[in-house]
Unconditional design. Structure first.
Length: 107
C-alpha cells in the first residue's frame, strides 16, 4: 500500500470548510469591550497653566543669577591674572630705579 502524499487542486472542493456567524464582525468590538470592561479614557487637562509659566520664569531667574555670579567670579580672577602677568613682565631693577628716582625727586 502506497499512499499518495501529493494533493491536487482538483480533488479539493471549492467550498469553504469554515463558517462565521452573521453580524460577527460588526459586533466584535462591542463584545470585546464588554468582556474587558472598557472605559473611555480620561483626558487630562492643564489645570493651571499659569503655574507652568511661573515655574519657567523662576527657573530663568535662577539660571541667570547663577550665570551672572559665575561671570563675576571669572572677571575677578581674570583681573588678578592680568596684574600678575604685567608685574611678571617688568624687570625688577627697573622697579627699583623707578622708586629710587621718585624718592630723590620728592626731597
Amino acid at each position: 500500500m502506497k499512499k499518495n502524499n501529493i494533493i491536487s487542486f482538483e480533488e479539493i472542493s471549492k467550498e469553504m470548510p469554515f463558517s462565521v456567524p452573521e453580524n460577527y464582525f460588526s459586533q466584535f468590538a462591542e463584545q470585546i469591550d464588554r468582556q474587558v470592561g472598557y472605559r473611555k479614557p480620561i483626558t487630562q487637562r492643564l489645570h493651571k497653566p499659569w503655574m507652568y509659566m511661573a515655574a519657567t520664569f523662576v527657573g530663568i531667574l535662577f539660571m541667570s543669577g547663577f550665570f551672572y555670579s559665575r561671570y563675576q567670579q571669572n572677571s575677578v580672577k581674570n583681573s588678578e591674572n592680568y596684574e600678575t602677568y604685567v608685574m611678571a613682565q617688568v624687570d625688577e631693577s627697573a622697579v627699583v630705579d623707578y622708586y629710587m628716582s621718585n624718592s630723590s625727586n620728592n626731597k
